[in-house]
Design a protein around this ligand. Structure first.
Ligand SMILES: NC(=O)c1ccc[n+]([C@@H]2O[C@H](COP(=O)([O-])OP(=O)(O)OC[C@H]3O[C@@H](n4cnc5c(N)ncnc54)[C@H](OP(=O)(O)O)[C@@H]3O)[C@@H](O)[C@H]2O)c1
Length: 248
């Protein structure tokens, strides 16, 4: 699968060659993992169509999505996203699993879930996957019952149950250096508010959803100040744009 690379200069590139060479972990600071957020948006700025992101996607988006997962030590996703998008096993492709093992990593990333309400979608296929490793950060007394996945629950006092604490724990307690957040908009808005994002990979789909209640890629309170971005690359494939931004 070849993209037309616009920036820095036009040439044909493969997602695996581009993303596979990225060493997010090497960029981690002491306080938290290097954090990359991945989203797709319609051309009219919506994150879903009929409640799901899948209709917006295409082969290029899926390729980048899986290439990013392959680079991550942790995949973070919101509880609603895990439920709506029916999250299952994070990496199925044997080649991707093999490359991770060869690089001294686990075959798939640790899945991270954060909940303040304690409502975790344990009926999602991810939780019934014996090979899946999941850490849930939640309130004291959180009981998720029996799940087949390898589950660790970290209980936090209400004042401590913030994304900043979660990131610090992942970095310090779990030794995590790279994290890919797959949304949704509520979680992304909250991460931005706490200043925890390093990069945004944004697919702009050549599709219009029209009106309706679909959110943009962020929701929640407005930021106190505009967050500025630096465009690192821009790829094109079959009318979709694939933009990689660094947060300033
Ligand atoms: N276009 C895309 O690329 C894309 C990507 C992902 C998802 N989506 C779509 O987005 C929709 C779901 O997104 P969503 O915004 O409704 O939900 P979400 O971001 O997936 O999950 C929100 C949940 O995250 C939990 N959370 C934990 N800590 C939080 C914090 N500090 N601040 C805020 N939330 C926190 C909350 O659970 P508690 O209430 O238990 O605390 C909250 O209810 C779905 O329709 C999905 O298809 C689109």
């Amino acid at each position: 699968l070849l993209f037309q690379q616009l920036i820095p200069r036009a040439q044909l590139v493969e997602a695996q060659g581009l993303v596979g060479g990225l060493d997010f972990a090497a960029r981690a600071g002491e306080d938290r993992p290097y954090t990359v957020v991945n989203f797709i948006s319609s051309a009219d700025g919506r994150a879903t169509f009929h409640g799901r992101s899948a209709p917006l996607g295409d082969a290029g988006d899926r390729e980048l999505f899986h290439a990013l997962r392959e680079r991550a030590e942790v995949v973070l996703a919101g509880t609603t996203t895990i439920s709506v998008e029916r999250y299952g096993r994070l990496i199925r492709d044997p080649d991707r699993r093999r490359r991770r093992i060869d690089a001294g990593q686990t075959p798939e990333p640790l899945a991270c879930v954060v909940t303040r309400s304690g409502k975790v979608p344990t009926d999602a296929p991810l939780f019934t996957e014996p090979e899946a490793r999941i850490v849930v950060f939640g309130p004291v007394g959180l009981d998720l019952g029996r799940v087949e996945a390898q589950l660790e629950v970290v209980e936090l006092d209400p004042g401590e149950l913030t994304l900043t604490t979660v990131m610090r724990r992942l970095r310090g307690g779990f030794g995590i250096r790279s994290l890919v957040c797959e949304g949704g908009p509520t979680l992304f808005g909250a991460l931005l508010m706490e200043g925890l994002v390093d990069e945004l990979f944004l697919t702009v789909a050549p599709k219009l959803t029209g009106g309706g209640n679909s959110p943009p890629i962020t929701s929640g309170p407005e930021l106190p100040e505009l967050q500025l971005l630096e465009l690192i690359w821009a790829l094109e494939h079959e009318n979709s744009l694939y933009l990689r931004y660094a947060l300033r």
